[in-house]
Design a protein around this ligand. Structure first.
Ligand SMILES: C[S@@+](CC[C@H](N)C(=O)[O-])C[C@H]1O[C@@H](n2cnc3c(N)ncnc32)[C@H](O)[C@@H]1O
Length: 203
């Protein structure tokens, strides 16, 4: 089964954000779920939560392994972790119909190339209910300035592996989102120089 030590570290701080921001009884689409640890952790801790994990097609099998092994255990009252869905943000037809109360994605924007990041915002806006939230967790820079030396080093490392990857600029993301009817509503600092950026879909 895929395992991410970072997910173990960041699940609790992200959970605190979700507790504060997610509506009760909400349906959430997660993009780029990876190991599936976040969906398992959050459906155990938050009641009345319907969590839809997704991955690119090659990642669906490993993601489903965790859902099969852990998805039904200890779910909070009324919460469900749904089977993994195949979703590559670049494939417009692959996006579900929605509507979702929220789209959540962790540590994906720096892995996706810029066209995929744009497609992520476009697709998210399309599946969100009016007033729904887009929550994006990860490292971000501001106006080209990194918020920590470790993020600058991480950015350089990513770009050395693949020039299409890299830590994204919050200003660029806000611009992208604006064109899709997504209004920025929060920028929350989390441990290890990560943040959760939150947008609300305009009614
Ligand atoms: C660093 S992993 C993060 C996984 C998980 N969210 C976590 O926090 O551990 C980046 C994820 O982005 C996904 N990803 C990259 N490009 C994507 C795309 N075009 N569409 C959907 N997911 C994508 C990868 O498949 C991978 O699972």
């Amino acid at each position: 089964m895929l395992y991410s030590p970072a997910c173990d570290r960041n699940a609790a701080p992200i959970l605190a954000v979700l507790r504060q921001w997610l509506p009760a009884g909400g349906a959430v689409l997660e993009v780029g779920s990876g190991s599936g640890q976040h969906g398992v952790a959050f459906t155990r801790q938050l009641a009345q939560l319907i969590w839809q994990p997704s991955e690119r097609s090659e990642g669906v099998g490993p993601l489903q392994e965790r859902i099969d092994a852990e998805g039904a255990e200890h779910a909070a009252p009324g919460s469900r972790l749904l089977p993994a869905m195949a979703l590559d943000v670049l494939e417009a037809h692959a996006w579900p119909a929605g509507p979702y109360n929220a789209v959540f994605s962790a540590n994906t924007a720096h892995i996706m190339g810029e066209p995929a990041v744009a497609a992520f915002f476009n697709g998210s806006a399309g599946v969100l209910a009016p007033g729904g939230l887009l929550l994006l967790y990860g490292p971000f820079c501001d106006n080209g300035v990194h918020t920590a030396e470790s993020n600058a080093a991480f950015d350089a490392h990513l770009r050395s592996i693949d020039p299409a990857m890299g830590v994204r600029d919050s200003r660029d993301l806000i611009q992208l989102a604006k064109g899709k009817g997504l209004e920025p509503v929060a920028d929350l600092p989390l441990p290890a120089n990560n943040r959760v950026l939150i947008w609300r879909r305009q009614p």
